[in-house]
Design a protein around this ligand. Structure first.
Ligand code: ZN
Length: 159
């Protein structure tokens, strides 16, 4: 497969997740929640997370919000990849995704679907669209349960 075809395929996957998201909505119950905002594009997102009984593993992730195809597809792909992961694994995936956006890494075989976002690294203005959901996830997982989560996290100052 040529590089151009591969790029088209990735775009198709992104558009498919944008048009037919599988993880939109709110988890029941909500154990963690966080809103995020990407001022440079206007994307907003609200993540909700359901944990297992011990609070160590992610049982479900859902998102609401509005924004461009890259931001919404990234959230849907992220949610899919996170289900069943431990919080530690999820936080490592946040770092890994940020590295991928710098062109320094890609995901291993069992998480390879996330690699469809790799092409975004070639478009610096869109990187924050792709990382918004991961940035928001990190804030959600690191928040103290029951604390005030009304504020937005913004990735405006992220390098
Ligand atoms: Zn965007």
């Amino acid at each position: 497969m040529s590089l151009d075809n591969l790029r088209d395929l990735y775009q198709q996957v992104i558009l498919e997740h944008y048009k037919k998201p599988r993880h939109r909505g709110r988890t029941n119950p909500v154990h963690r929640q966080q809103r995020g905002h990407n001022p440079s594009c206007g994307d907003t997102i609200e993540l909700t997370v359901k944990l297992n009984e011990t609070g160590e593993r992610i049982e479900d992730v859902k998102f609401e919000g509005s924004g461009c195809a890259i931001a919404m597809a990234s959230a849907d792909l992220m949610a899919e990849a996170l289900i069943g992961r431990s919080i530690d694994e999820a936080l490592k995936m946040v770092q890994h995704f940020q590295k991928m956006m710098k062109g320094e890494a890609e995901f291993p075989k069992e998480q390879r679907k996330l690699n469809v976002m790799r092409g975004v690294s070639q478009f610096p203005v869109r990187i924050k669209c792709a990382t918004l959901t991961w940035h928001t996830l990190k804030a959600a997982l690191e928040s103290v349960p029951g604390s005030n989560t009304d504020g937005f996290v913004s990735n405006e100052n992220e390098s």
